[in-house]
Every structure is written in C-alpha cells, then in structure tokens.
Write a protein that binds this ligand. Sequence first.
Ligand code: URP
Ligand code: ZN
Ligand code: ZN
Length: 483
Amino acid sequence: MSSSRQASRPLDVVIRNAVLATASDTTPCEIGIRDGIVAVLGTHLPRGRSEIDALGRIVTPGGVDGHCHIDQPMAPPVRLSDDFESGSRSAACGGTTTIIPFAAQRKGGSLREAVDDYHRRAAGRSCVDYGFHLIVSDPTPTVLRDELPEQIAQGLSSFKLYMTYDAVKLSDHQILKLLALARDHGATALVHAENTDCIAWMTENLASAGKIAPRYHALSRPLLVEREGTHRAIALSELVDVPILIVHVSGHEAVEQIRWARGKGLNIFAETCPQYLLLTAEDLGVDDSYTGARCVCSPPPRDRDSQEAIWHGLADGLFTIFSSDHSPFNLGGAHGKHPDGKEVPFPRIPNGVPGIETRLPLLYSEGVLGGRITLNKFVELTATNPAKLYGIHPRKGTIAVGSDADLVVWGTEPVLLGNHMLHHGADYTPYEGMGLKAWPVCTMLRGEVIWDGVTFTGRAGAGQFLRRGSSSMLGTRSAARPA
Ligand code: URP
Ligand code: ZN
Ligand code: ZN
C-alpha cells in the first residue's frame, strides 16, 4: 500500500492526554497507533477506531528486561517456578513487553540443541516479545568455529560467560577465546564476575565450622570476590579490545573497578538489579533461621554503603541497564529453596530471587518518585539502553514513529506490595509488604492492551521471537587502545 493510502487509513488506537517520556524528553502528546506500530505523535490527532484517555499520566516505552531466567533447565530436583507463559504474563503486568532469557548450553552438549529446546519451551507460550541470549559453558572447537557464529547470525547476538558455578564456569583462556569471537562477530558478551576459587575456599571453611545457614551465603562471597572477578573481566576485555557487560553488579568495590575502567577509556558496560538497591545481607538472616533462603542470590545483597554506590551509579551514568535477574524458585514444594520442607545447607540453596514484575514499579517508585533518578534516566536504563545493547532498537525501547507500540501508562496510586497481586509462578516476593508509589495501569504490546491495571488481557503465544542484530552500543575500539 502506498504511504499516502496508509496515512489516510484510520488509526487503530489513539491515546490522548499522555505525557510521553522517552530517554531524552518528556512531552505532552497524543499517540496514534496503526498495525501495532506508532504511526504518529502529535496533537489534535483524528479519531481512532479505539480511544484511550491517559488522564495526563506518564507514558513510557514498554520495559525491556535484558536479564531473566525462565524455564531454563536445571539439575533435578531444582526447577524454576516460571515457564514462558507465567514468566511473560508477570512481565506484562509489571510493564515489561520484551524479555531476553537464556538458552543454556549443557557441558558436552551443542548450542544448537540448547536453542532448539528453548524455542520449543517458548513457542505458543510467551505473552510478550522475546529474544534469547546464549550461555556458553563448553566452548569446543566446533562451538567456536561453527555453532556460535551460526547462532549469532540467527539473531542470538549476545552470550553470557560465567566465572563461577561448576556447571557453567570457564577458564580465563576460554573467556579470552569467546571475547575474541564476540569482537569478530559483533556479539555482546555478558560476564558473571565472581572468583570461583575464593568462593569454594570460603564455602569449605564455613561448612567445616558448621556455618551452613542461609546467611553464610553472603559471607562465602565477600565484596572482594566480585571486585576481583570484575577487575579480571575488565583486563580480559582490554586485552582482546572488545566491550563487555558486567552483569548484576552488587558491591561498591565492583562499582569502583568499573569507574576505574571507564576512567581509562575502556568500553565497559554495567548492569544492576533491584535486589542490590533494596535488599541487604541481613535479609539472608541475622541469625541461623532458614527464612533468609528466600533472598539467597549471587552475588549476594550487600550493605547500605553498597546500596548507595549502586544508586549513585544509576544516577550518574555508570550503569548502562537495569534488569531483574528474575530467577524464581518456590519456597514450598519439591523443586525450590526449601525442598519438601527440608532445610538444606546454603551451598545447596538454589540461587536467585523473583522480580520480573516488580523491576519497573520498584525503580519508578524508589528511583523516580523517590527523587534519586530522573524519569528519562528510568526509561534509558529499563528500556532504551537494553534495546540498544541487545540489537533491537529502535523497534523496541522507545516511543517513536515506526517503533512497535509497546507502551506503559503509569498510575501513581499507592500500592502495598504482596505476592497475591503478582502473576509469576513463585510463591513469594522478597519485597512483601513494601509500600510502592506507582504501578502500570496499562501495558500495551504492539498496540494491544495486555494489562489494564487489574486484569491480564494478553494471550499465550502472542509474543514474537526477536532475531536480534549487533548492539548499536558496541562502538569501535576503546579510547585507551592505540589505533
Ligand atoms: O543468583 C542468581 N543471580 N541466579 C541467577 C543466575 C545468574 O548468575 O544470574
Ligand atoms: Zn550471573
Ligand atoms: Zn541471572
């Protein structure tokens, strides 16, 4: 159809009385949507087939959660409590319209089998659009020569590398090879930066002294474990001359390493998550009770000084993205944190907390309405930058003519957070009882309302797989390297 015929067709949806917030601007605006795409932004738009009155509320781009674990295979009996249907429904009700979970290679297995299996898990189930990162745990010559380049070309343009966890950890030599591949193929490398031998030694010492309650998880991974891993990841990235993303940064010492690297002109990206703003090591327990198992994640939550350092990093541009690291396990039942009611030693408590639905409301409430970050920084961290970093911008992560009409309308009525309101498969939230100042009253995916503030109105299978290109943030060589 010619563009003039296109323009004369009525708009499917017009949103009136919106205050549109992007990563750069906040403007009163009307939004016209046709065929699931933002067709026009302006004032005095013609009547649409359907009309939504935003009542002067803030409208932001749908969130892009660049780090979440959904239906990722685990060693039995451990099992995540979200499949693609429950995880993506939960995302939608918290204002997230794009998710990028992980297709994880098994040691001894191929990338292809991991990706095929993950497509089967997502197909017909996701309620929001989705891409896949890879987890590379076994970089064999075939993986390095054929499989990984093939997957990058198929739109899995990012992969995570682990410095710890026996099932997935890599040596520095393996990491160097993978970083070189990321550089040569325009992929984004995510690094889980913790020193595995320090963790193993601390864990042995604690366990042999009978210190096995959940709170010792935090003591087994002191700040220096993350600081050393972060420093080493930066050095490896510098040697190969390729940008990396340090994921789930938790401690002020890791923050200092990233500031130092930036000061040297190195292209180091950084991610943090709600648990490092709002939880501390005390949430894992102040005595040997088992209740703290609910907050066991890695890296562990720290103290108030680290929380402050993370808030500053969000406000001043140190952090590139803000993700959930949603990694949901039940407290009850056979597969989670408290298997069949048994209290297991901390090294056997599955790591991770649920948070895909609460990510945006927590940052909006505590960050934007708490006066710590601007509304535009909120959009940048939660939508625009993850879309750019993972090669789906400007289709995702912004509200601009030609972008997918993925939108969130924000209500600012007080909310008392409780697990009963959430839509994930987990039987708890670490933020139970917290008072929030904001929650989405409408989430739209490609022009369709999928959450109206009360009811989930989306559909399993409506989410589309996103073949992602190279990051638009990778840039060229670091300023610190000679030409
Ligand atoms: O404890 C966490 N973060 N679990 C999820 C896996 C990971 O390393 O991100
Ligand atoms: Zn990790
Ligand atoms: Zn994770």
